[in-house]
Design a protein. Structure first.
Length: 376
């Protein structure tokens, strides 16, 4: 059975160069980077180099990069760190399509007295910056809007939102876990004060990421202990994973391979429309979308049942169906997606290893499955 991986938004395979860079730090270069002796110095140099490589990718200063265990911790640090650095009081603004790694920390902060305003999106999953401006109050501490959505791929007008936040004197954070390595994520171009990233979304290892914190931004540490990460994140650095993050950041800086990914995605969408016509619809913005993401709905079908019929294809559904009812994803619900469309939604996300044969295999399987179901 030919296996096809089209779930790159969930996680990417480890690039061979990343694997090769990590291996020495699992064996010979084993020292604690905080140690000043011969075993610790190479580890410290590796950590410092990784920080410089991430900074080069984001276009920031190395000292503005704080290493984390991944995107979830980075988001938690940005949100909780802001709240507790400002007297455990204040107001936050977020979009209706944020990842749970933003939604749940904000829910927790609400239980401690924080106020949260949720800005709606249109049917494409896009925010209107004027809605963000209208939501900002005198006591607003932070606006958090993801750069690109993990489900439908819609890219938000981050730079425009940033201008509004700066004019209001409010800090701005973006969850860029889905956009790093796919589109430009230079922090000065985006105008953000904080940015979260996760290595396993751009061909690096799981369990490591980073939070960009613009110089001058005050955050309470999420992890307390010794003075690691300039006192901003306690805990001995995981040198091997950080080396992997640094190598992956070098790869992510070259967006050239995404041209081919975009071409394949457009071939995929064209083949689906050619085969299924009006019975397949696109979810997400038709143009302002990640170059690798194709979220589509097969009308009159259930996404989970389609995927179950082709187990060799790795992809994800947008909703679950139980006893005739549709348990819609929060993102599709925020987009006011009709239940008929949500039920048949599948997210295909391509990557640098995807091929035209992958696309043709999936289209062939879909044709067989949906034709058979139509006859039944």
């Amino acid at each position: 059975m030919e296996r096809v991986y089209l779930d790159y938004n969930a996680s990417t395979p480890l690039d061979p160069s990343v694997r090769d860079a990590i291996i020495p730090y699992l064996s010979t270069a084993f020292g604690n980077p905080s140690s000043s002796h011969w075993a610790g110095r190479p580890a410290r140099e590796a950590v410092d180099q990784a920080r410089c490589r991430v900074a080069a990718l984001l276009g920031c200063l190395p000292e503005e990069v704080v290493f984390t265990s991944g995107g979830t911790e980075a988001n938690n640090h940005a949100l909780k760190g802001t709240f507790f650095a400002n007297g455990a009081a204040g107001h936050f603004v977020a979009s209706a399509v944020e990842h749970p790694a933003v939604v749940e920390p904000l829910r927790f902060l609400q239980s401690l007295g924080a106020e949260v305003s949720v800005v709606p999106v249109d049917r494409y999953g896009m925010i209107d910056p004027s809605d963000v401006a209208a939501a900002i109050r005198k006591n607003t501490l932070l606006v958090s809007v993801m750069h690109a959505n993990n489900e439908v791929g819609t890219v938000q007008p981050i730079a425009e939102i940033s201008d509004l936040c700066r004019a209001a004197g409010v800090m701005f954070h973006t969850d860029a876990a889905q956009s790093v390595g796919k589109i430009a994520t230079r922090v000065d171009e985006l105008g953000v004060d904080m940015l979260s990233m996760a290595a396993h979304k751009f061909y690096g290892p799981k369990g490591v990421g980073a939070l960009y914190i613009r110089k001058g931004v005050r955050l309470e540490p999420l992890m307390h202990g010794a003075g690691h990460e300039a006192g901003r994140r306690a805990g001995t650095e995981n040198v091997s994973l950080l080396v992997g993050l640094g190598q992956a950041a070098d790869l992510a800086a070259d967006l050239g391979p995404m041209d081919e990914v975009l071409r394949l995605r457009e071939v995929f969408w064209a083949r689906l429309r050619e085969t299924f016509g009006e019975n397949v619809v696109l979810n997400g913005h038709p143009e302002l979308r990640l170059p690798n993401t194709l979220n589509v709905a097969f009308i009159g079908h259930v996404g989970g049942e389609i995927l179950a019929a082709m187990p060799e294809v790795a992809a994800t559904t947008g909703s679950a169906c139980h006893s005739g009812t549709v348990d819609m994803s929060p993102v599709l619900r925020a987009m006011n997606t009709p239940e008929q469309i949500a039920a048949g939604t599948i997210r295909f996300s391509l990557g640098r290893l995807s091929s035209e044969s992958d696309v043709e295999h999936v289209v062939s399987q879909l044709t067989h499955i949906l034709t058979s179901r139509a006859r039944a």
